[in-house]
Write a protein that binds this ligand. Structure first.
Ligand SMILES: Cc1cc2nc3c(=O)[nH]c(=O)nc-3n(C[C@H](O)[C@H](O)[C@H](O)COP(=O)(O)OP(=O)(O)OC[C@H]3O[C@@H](n4cnc5c(N)ncnc54)[C@H](O)[C@@H]3O)c2cc1C
Length: 509
């Protein structure tokens, strides 16, 4: 059995006794330095057994012991690295687990931090090829280093668009996709057609739909029979080296309707918006920002809630559809202000981001990031204001939304941290409630993490579960598995795919 040690910089609660990697690690790193180039293998000057200096992250999650950073330049490099660790017996033989990130900008949920250590991090942003782009068939094949800004730029002026998120344009499509992130049009999982994955023993598999194969010309991510596609999303069972991503048809005409209303109107307004969504009057992800989130993301002041509704149509039908929607909104008397198709004010960052992003553009996303964190993408983790996310799914009803927001008032009263909330209605039934905890890193980190813990407790108590986890709640999925037999089946598959536990435990397994 390997020796164990604690990491000096970490609070005891986040620093379980970790195995000290033996000389085997130094041997693997030497061989990888020769293969990848020494500049792509970053390790401690004090030798392989000593972790690299702890790195800061914007959420103040404790740093796990990090024994090296590998920066492969190709899929073959990734296979070589994974195989080298697996051949020596992986974590079961005392080696650090391999933790893959694409661009590592998972701000609010962990940035580059793993759920547990010790690890060797595989940074995949050097794999940045758009391997294929077909705007007729509607797909792109992208590597982990391809950012949403890069692909969105390639699609400008075409009749296809990308389902972009509200995060920085410098974030990875693959990273967000495998974490099951949410764009302005829908959850990114629905854009996923296929994955290329390096298994812990170095084998390369392509799952889901791939062009120019017997899968056929029309994209069908489920194929025939059992599918392994989602075995590799929210999963530490493989390192993903490419994804086939669906490109959405660009609507011929589009208009954003913005509705402002006070808190006392929230339940009725949400139920009305749900009716419009159920009737396909509006499309994409309906966004409703509350006062606190509008203030932090950078928007108009003075309104309780601001809903953004996207109307997609043809050039000939847009006016009639928007007109009818606005009339119906006006007739209810629920809204303080109704704006249809007006350009957002220059200082209304939220409305600028949302309007552009519905149309597949990340033109304003860096402004929102700067508003939220006080800095630009490459400095967020070192210099940005503190930021945490809690991401539960709740039913799309007025009463559920009101009850969820009341829980945030409780958290504010208990901890002094004021959460912001954005309602992201994914379809007619489900809301992804984006709860953000902005905080001062120097003085409020402990209170912000207490607020996050309380959110997990209070929402679970109300019967609502998160759909994504952060680096400090990696065990949540195990302790809250909806079905024990299913969890056991997943464990059996994990034993089969990664018997040596060569890949580090993730936030979800
Ligand atoms: C202001 C602001 C707005 C945001 N808006 C959104 C939003 O609208 N929607 C949204 O979803 N998120 C949002 N985020 C959160 C986050 O920034 C994004 O989800 C971002 O895309 C994640 O970072 P990344 O793309 O660099 O992925 P990474 O950090 O590279 O990856 C995320 C995780 O996926 C896994 N992973 C990554 N790559 C691989 C791989 N190749 N193989 C195996 N596993 C892998 C790892 O567990 C990793 O931790 C926002 C954050 C902020 C601060």
């Amino acid at each position: 059995m390997p020796e164990t040690a604690t990491h000096p910089d970490l609070p005891a609660a986040q620093n379980p006794a970790a195995p000290v990697p033996g000389p085997a690690l130094a041997t693997v790193l030497d061989s990888l330095a020769a293969a990848l180039g020494p500049e792509h293998v970053i390790r401690s000057a004090g030798g392989a057994a000593e972790p690299l200096p702890a790195e800061a992250n914007v959420s103040a999650f404790a740093a796990r012991p990090l024994h090296a950073v590998l920066r492969p330049g190709s899929t073959e490099d990734v296979r070589l690295a994974v195989r080298a660790f697996d051949a020596l017996g992986g974590t079961r033989a005392g080696l650090p687990g391999l933790h893959a990130v694409s661009t590592g900008r998972n701000w609010g949920l962990g940035s580059k931090e793993p759920a547990a250590g010790p690890v060797v991090r595989l940074e995949l942003d050097r794999l940045d090829a758009v391997r294929a782009l077909d705007t007729d068939a509607g797909y792109a094949v992208v590597e982990p280093g391809v950012t949403q800004a890069a692909l969105a730029a390639r699609l400008a002026g075409t009749d296809r668009m990308l389902n972009v998120t509200a995060s920085s344009g410098h974030t990875s499509l693959v990273g967000n996709l495998v974490d099951r992130g949410v764009g302005l049009r829908r959850q990114r999982t629905e854009d996923l057609l296929g994955l290329e994955a390096v298994l812990p023993d170095g084998r390369l598999v392509r799952t889901g739909w791939w062009p120019d194969t017997t899968a056929g010309a029309a994209a069908n991510p489920y194929g025939l029979g059992p599918s392994t596609l989602h075995l590799f999303t929210q999963s530490p069972l493989a390192v993903v080296t490419a994804a086939v991503v669906r490109l959405l048809p660009r609507p011929e005409a589009q208009r954003v309707v913005r509705l402002s209303f006070g808190r006392e109107r929230l339940p009725e307004a949400v139920d009305l918006i749900r009716r419009w969504r159920a009737g396909n009057v509006v499309s994409g992800v309906v966004k409703i920002y509350d006062t606190a989130s509008t203030a932090t993301y950078g928007g108009e002041r003075g309104h309780g809630y601001l809903a953004h509704l996207c109307v997609d149509a043809t050039a000939g039908t847009l006016g009639a559809l928007t007109g009818a929607l606005v009339e119906e909104a006006r007739a209810t008397g629920l809204f303080d202000r109704i704006a249809a198709g007006e350009e957002p004010a220059a200082d209304d960052t939220v409305s600028q981001v949302v309007q552009a992003a519905y149309a597949g553009s990340v033109e304003f996303n860096e402004d929102m990031l700067a508003s939220a964190t006080g800095t630009r993408a490459d400095l967020v983790d070192t210099e940005g204001n503190g930021w945490l996310f809690f991401l539960p799914l709740i039913p799309f009803t007025g009463p559920d939304t009101s009850r969820a927001l009341a829980l945030l008032d409780t958290i504010h009263a208990e901890t002094g941290i004021r959460p912001g909330a954005t309602v992201n209605a994914l379809d007619a039934d489900v809301i992804d409630l984006v709860v953000s905890f902005p905080f001062d890193r120097a003085t409020q980190a402990e209170a912000a993490h207490r607020a996050l813990d309380r959110a997990y407790e209070l929402f679970a108590h109300s019967g609502w579960a998160p759909y994504r986890l952060d680096a400090a709640h990696g065990g949540w999925g195990r302790t809250h598995a909806p079905d024990a037999a299913d969890a056991e089946l997943v464990g059996t598959i994990a034993d089969l795919v990664d018997p040596h536990r060569t890949l580090a435990p993730g936030r979800y397994l």
